[in-house]
Design a protein around this ligand. Structure first.
Ligand code: ATP
Ligand code: MG
Length: 436
């Protein structure tokens, strides 16, 4: 046998976090808020595998991106019996996987789909506050719809969610909007941009020089302060848009304006992934340092065809769970920890079956009641009851039980008196224990 004492303590992988109580309750709360909004817009849930063929992300996200070049957890699987090994990757985002699934299952044949997901994503970034190697997103994808109405609807959905979480536009978060046009417009802009970058070559770092020709737009998507002035003076894509792109952008803006959604046009907003066209947007906050993007998305009409499907328009966004919770915490909008309605104090085990049936009747009536496990002194049971945050202690003492009763003691209201309740009619008084 191995001596376990000599083994080093095992730890979670760097940049990957355990989500434990009481924090996990906040995750559930946020998820429930999200589901409630998603359901009101007719979105349906999809769950796709965490592991996908590496090629899906290379084709879907683009070879010349930080994600694919540096951040993806990609590996070769064990060889099968023919000696063939698959190249697999942990998903760094979920849009490509959702699109793959829609193509694979012919889900885009008749009409469009509005889909949402929750899930863990993996990127080998430098871990810091708001940036992790395993992080979690809620995302939506509206597939099969061309019009600016759906772009606007997606933005309205995110706005409603933020508002229902208590976040105020202008105070806690800001919406930034841009239009990336279509591939031919981007090409014309790209030519002009490369000329501009060539004229400022001396400012560029190694990555910048390499990407100047392969992906010049990405050179501007930089957090490097030395490049800001050069990036600010670069030719603007908005000036290269044709009538159709302009009309699409105007269409989105007209709806947002009518709905009273405030936004700022940011011509530098290009997003980290290659596949976007027309509308792109981000919700940013100044409360989280350089991890300030809490939600980002846009239109990606070319992706489905690029992944082997029939050309289909698409728009969506991804929202980071960790950043959203950090933001809500920073501005004091997290809910109080959930507490049980009641805590059951069990002085003796003799009548346990009887007691546990009463507790079951309470739970059947919707009461959250935690039973003190095992035997311990009344003092320590009361201490636990108090610490649980429950509003009532249910005391199943021998005397009460002999009368077929339980004592109900209010724990948070010193003025309220202890009462005796009958165990023969639990369902009649159970509602009194629920939060008013
Ligand atoms: P950033 O510019 O901050 O790196 P991104 O553009 O790479 O963000 P997306 O790929 O659009 O992010 O993902 C959508 C959302 O997921 C982001 O807005 C953010 O809230 C969250 N997110 C992205 N990467 C991480 C990460 N490494 N850790 C935590 N959250 C993340
Ligand atoms: Mg990133």
């Amino acid at each position: 046998m191995t001596d376990t004492k000599k083994l080093p303590q095992l730890q979670a992988v760097k940049g990957m976090n355990d989500i434990l109580p009481p924090e996990s309750a906040r995750w559930e709360w946020l998820e429930a808020k999200m589901r409630s909004v998603l359901q009101r817009y007719g979105y349906q849930n999809v769950r796709t595998p965490i592991v996908e063929p590496t090629a899906l992300f290379v084709r879907g996200i683009g070879e010349v991106t930080d994600i694919v070049e540096k951040e993806m957890y990609a590996f070769e699987d064990r060889a099968d019996k023919h000696g063939q090994a698959e190249h697999l990757a942990l998903r760094p985002e979920m849009t490509a996987g959702v699109v793959r699934a829609m193509i694979e299952h012919s889900f885009l044949r008749d009409g469009g789909r509005r889909l949402y997901y929750f899930g863990a994503m993996f990127r080998r970034e430098k871990p810091q506050k708001g940036r992790y190697r395993q992080f979690h997103q809620m995302g939506i994808e509206a597939l099969g719809f061309h019009g600016p109405d759906v772009d606007a609807e997606v933005i309205l959905l995110a706005s409603r969610l933020l508002a229902e979480l208590g976040l105020k536009a202008g105070e806690h978060v800001e919406l930034e909007l841009n239009c990336l046009g279509q591939p031919d417009e981007r090409r014309a802009h790209r030519e002009a941009l490369i000329q501009h970058l060539e004229a400022h070559k001396e400012l560029l770092d190694e990555d910048g020089l390499r990407r100047m020709y392969s992906n010049p737009l990405r050179v501007l998507d930089t957090k490097n302060p030395a490049l800001q002035a050069m990036a600010d003076a670069a030719p603007k894509l908005l000036d290269f848009l044709g009538d159709a792109s302009r009309a699409h952008f105007d269409g989105v803006r007209a709806i947002l304006d009518a709905a009273g959604i405030a936004y700022r046009i940011n011509p530098r907003l290009v997003r980290g992934l290659d596949y976007y066209n027309l509308t792109v947007f981000e919700w940013v906050t100044d409360k989280l340092g350089s991890q300030g993007t809490v939600c980002g998305g846009g239109r990606y009409d070319g992706l489905i065809e690029q992944l082997g499907g029939k050309s289909t328009p698409a728009v969506g966004f991804g929202m980071g769970f960790e950043r959203m919770l950090l933001l809500l915490e920073a501005v004091g909008l997290l809910p109080a920890e959930p507490v049980p309605d009641a805590y059951a104090i069990v002085p003796s085990a003799v009548q346990l079956p009887r007691i546990m049936i009463a507790l079951e009747q309470l739970r059947a009536a919707g009461v959250a009641v935690v039973m003190h496990p095992g035997q311990s002194s009344m003092k320590s049971q009361f201490k636990k009851a108090d610490g649980s945050g429950a509003r009532y202690a249910l005391i199943f003492g021998d005397e009460e039980l002999a009368q077929c009763q339980v004592a109900v003691k209010p724990l948070r209201d010193a003025a309220a008196a202890q009462t005796l309740r009958s165990l023969d009619s639990v369902s009649s008084w159970a509602p009194d224990l629920l939060n008013a």
